[in-house]
Design a protein around this ligand. Structure first.
Ligand code: THU
Length: 146
């Protein structure tokens, strides 16, 4: 699975975006270490707060299917059906969810602007000094972790 293929799958995920309030449609394609890809889209809500971003949709689908090891995520987004040429970087909440399940030194975040421009970041670049499971290693007794 190369970056171009993963971006194409993110565009496919975007087709399902449910965005009656913002009209800002986002798609994500999350690649696991074993090669499976989980798609995600943003899912909005009339009460606004429960809105789920495309990235978290993909992560929660994968984790709920037993996946725990991830390589990369491609993200595409923009207003309306088309794309404006802007990249859609993950929000802070999604970066924190990535921090829970991914190695910040190797997990790649692939962004594409709709015009073929691709930029790839490591999670540690987008979430420097992130707080994650390792920070709680000493705090949580080993036998109560899962
Ligand atoms: N959104 C995402 O799905 N992912 C991002 O990385 C940024 C924002 C969604 C949430 C909301 O449905 C819409 O975009 C506007 O914020």
């Amino acid at each position: 699975m190369n970056e171009t293929e993963l971006i194409e799958l993110a565009c496919k995920g975007r087709e399902q975006a449910y965005t009656p309030y913002s009209g800002f449609r986002v798609g994500a394609a999350l690649l696991t270490r074993s090669g499976t890809v989980y798609l995600g889209c943003n899912i909005e809500n009339a009460s606004y707060g429960p809105t789920n971003c495309a990235e978290r949709t993909a992560f929660f689908k994968a984790v709920s299917e037993g996946e725990r090891e991830f390589e990369a995520i491609a993200i595409v987004g923009g207003p309306g059906e088309g794309r404006t040429g802007e990249m859609c970087a993950p929000c802070g909440v999604c970066r924190q969810v990535m921090m829970e399940f991914c190695d910040p030194k190797t997990f790649r975040i692939i962004l594409e602007n709709g015009g073929g421009k691709v930029r790839t970041f490591l999670l540690e670049e987008l979430l420097p000094l992130g707080f994650g499971p390792d920070n709680l290693k000493e705090a949580v007794p080993a036998d109560s972790r899962k």
